[in-house]
Design a protein. Structure first.
Length: 101
């Protein structure tokens, strides 16, 4: 995976893409979620419908500007749990690409 952008914000200011990367022919938008512990579940559980909508909209603007076909997009999440030792987990293709945005 080759990272091409970090903390990218659309001009509208709505949302932020933590990481944008290419993996082969797929443009991957990566949300990084960090928690001190996993006592209340994994960090990705904090990504609700509203956050997903912000991610989709920001990603849609990024793809328009970059001239990338929306069908070549994937959404991943990196869970970081700051326990001893820290845990980092990559979840691939965590939610579908919405076509109606």
């Amino acid at each position: 995976m080759v990272v091409v952008a970090r903390n990218w914000r659309p001009r509208s200011g709505a949302g932020e893409l933590d990481l944008v990367a290419w993996e082969g022919q797929t443009l991957v938008f990566v949300e990084v979620k960090t928690r001190a512990s996993d006592e209340f579940g994994t960090p990705d559980r904090a990504i609700g419908p509203e956050k997903r909508t912000h991610l989709w909209r920001a990603a849609r603007e990024y793809t328009r500007r970059a001239g990338v076909d929306w069908q070549r997009v994937r959404f991943d999440v990196v869970n970081v749990v700051l326990k001893e030792p820290p845990s980092v987990t990559l979840l691939r293709d965590v939610f579908p690409v919405r076509s109606e945005l």
